[in-house]
Each structure stands twice: as structure tokens, then as C-alpha cells.
Design a protein around this ligand. Structure first.
Ligand code: NGS
Length: 288
């Protein structure tokens, strides 16, 4: 209490020196900072399984339901930072969301991100068929600006436009990797991701070609809003097959994806509701 009075007194003294406009700005900043601190502590409001809805939302509400899909393997320290950053961020935006972490285990040594997205999409819809929007999210990317809204639009959205690793510049126009938002119907129309890309690189470029095929243009928020910090990590093993796979993308686009998921050599080991996320554990057997 004493501290608050002291802070108000200091603010008033500064106000005399700076004038009324500057004083109002100072108060605004101080209020915003407090709101932020409060929001950072909202983890406690997250429902089991990493679910949250804006207060006052009821069953008849028409607001969009968003599933955040995060493919994952062996990056516990990233996941922890990611979850503690994302829950307050999404709640400040008033998004009705659930975070799904789709974890790979089993005999396949390479990380199969596209397949994990397809499994995440399918399992999330089993969990709740009313999702309208899917956010495809790397675990090592943290959004920096609350104005970068995690909702879907008519066109597929590429949200991670400006990453610190690339000096906040987009590396190339067709990039769809990192963080993207896509509606349920577009994801189905595109036949999801290819299941064949295991190891770093290419699965997002293959998806980008699928978008082109369906004349779906990638939309992007402004560069000064769509800013991300990338958590440091060792380079993931590259996929040596990626350029060969990309060369034949069109021949695979209709079949390889959601439609061939049942033959993709995986099974869901368990689905559990953890404190800050819904965990989908996926066994992927070694590819031929
Ligand atoms: C391209 C990769 C994409 C990747 C992008 C950015 O070269 O899959 O770099 O990567 N394409 C191929 O390898 C064919 S990043 O440094 O952000 O991980 O998304």
C-alpha cells in the first residue's frame, strides 16, 4: 500500500515536470504493465489439458475455436518456456483455445513433423469436432507482439514473418514454416501435410506447393507485428531426401497426406490431459 502511494507520488512529481499528456502516458504504461503482470500469472486459470475460453463464453457462442498443434520430441526445456509464454499470450488475445503437444517416439530416428501435424489435426478433431482453426506451431518460436492474432482468415496465414534469427526479415516469399494458421476445411482440402518428410526441412515447402495448387494465397500480418524470438538449439538432422520428394510433389499431393494417414506407419500410444496441454504420444516405426 505504502509502495503504491509512493509510486503515485513519484508519478505526480514527474507529471509536474513533463506536463499532463506525458503524465497520462506514464499512467497508461503503468496500467498496461500491471495488466501484463496479471496476465502472466493467468496460468492458474488454464483448464486441464491446456484449455481456455474467454470468460463469459457459453455453448451458444459463435467465436472461433482454435487448436494449437505443436509437434515435439526431446525438447523439454523449450516446451516449458513455450507453454509459460503461450498461455498468457493467447489469453490476452481472448482466444478460445486448446494446446496439443504431439510427441514422437518409437523406432524412427528422424523427426516427422508433417505426419505429426496430420495426427494432431485428426486427434484434436476426435477430441472436439467443433474446431474451426488450427495453428501449426514450432515449439522454439515465441511471438513477441500481442497484436499478432492467433485466429484464421479466408486465406491461410503465415504468422512467423519476422524471426530474430533472420534479422526480422522473411527469408523467402513462399515460406509457410514456423507458425501458420489454417482453417479446418482448408487443411482437409489440401490433404494436410505430406507424411513422407522425416528430418529437417521441406515439409513446409511441400505444403506451400499444395496451397498454390489450390490457388490459396498465403496472407501475412505486418512485419513489425509478426515478430518472433527463436529459442537456441542444435541443428536438427536434415532430411537428405527432401529435394527428391519436392521434385515429385504434384504426383503425391492427392494421396500422400490425411488420405494416406492410416498407412503411414504410426499409432497413437496415449492421449492424456496434462496440466498445461493435451499430450498425444505417437509411435512412429522406422521407415524403410
Ligand atoms: C528452407 C527449408 C524449409 C525451412 C526454411 C526455414 O531451406 O523447410 O528453410 O528454416 N526448405 C528446405 O530445406 C527444402 S528455419 O531456419 O526457419 O528452420 O522451413
Amino acid at each position: 500500500m505504502r509502495q503504491m502511494r509512493l509510486r503515485r507520488l513519484i508519478l505526480l512529481q514527474v507529471a509536474c515536470a513533463l506536463g499532463l499528456t506525458a503524465y497520462l502516458n506514464l499512467v497508461k504504461t503503468s496500467v498496461e504493465r500491471k495488466t501484463l503482470q496479471k496476465a502472466v500469472r493467468t496460468d492458474g486459470n488454464v483448464g486441464f489439458g491446456g484449455k481456455w475460453s474467454p470468460p463469459g463464453r457459453n455453448l451458444s457462442s459463435t467465436s472461433e475455436k482454435v487448436a494449437i498443434l505443436v509437434p515435439f520430441r526431446d525438447r523439454e526445456e523449450h516446451l516449458d518456456i513455450f507453454l509459460r509464454h503461450m498461455h498468457p499470450f493467447l489469453q490476452r488475445q481472448g482466444i478460445d483455445y486448446v494446446i496439443y503437444v504431439i510427441e514422437q517416439h518409437g523406432g524412427e530416428p528422424m523427426f516427422c513433423k508433417g505426419l505429426l501435424y496430420n495426427v494432431g489435426y485428426t486427434e484434436a478433431l476426435k477430441d472436439d469436432p467443433t474446431y474451426d482453426c488450427f495453428i501449426l506451431h514450432d515449439v522454439d518460436l515465441l511471438p513477441e507482439d500481442d497484436r499478432n492474432l492467433y485466429t484464421c482468415s479466408k486465406s491461410p496465414l503465415h504468422l512467423s514473418v519476422a524471426i530474430d534469427k533472420f534479422d526480422y526479415n522473411l527469408p523467402y516469399t513462399d515460406l509457410f514454416g514456423g507458425v501458420s494458421a489454417i482453417t479446418k476445411s482448408h487443411y482437409r482440402l489440401l490433404n494436410g501435410y505430406s507424411n513422407l518428410f522425416c528430418g529437417w526441412g521441406g515439409e513446409d515447402d511441400d505444403m506451400s506447393l499444395r496451397l498454390k495448387r489450390h490457388m490459396l494465397e498465403i496472407s501475412r500480418p505486418e512485419k513489425d507485428v509478426a515478430r518472433y524470438k527463436m529459442l537456441p538449439h542444435n541443428h536438427t538432422k536434415e532430411n537428405p531426401q527432401r529435394y527428391i520428394l519436392l521434385r515429385h510433389w504434384l504426383a503425391r499431393a492427392m494421396t500422400d497426406g490425411l488420405k494416406s494417414l492410416h498407412t503411414a506407419g504410426y499409432n497413437v500410444t496415449s492421449t492424456s490431459h496434462r496440466e498445461l496441454y493435451t499430450h498425444i504420444l505417437v509411435n512412429i516405426s522406422k521407415r524403410g
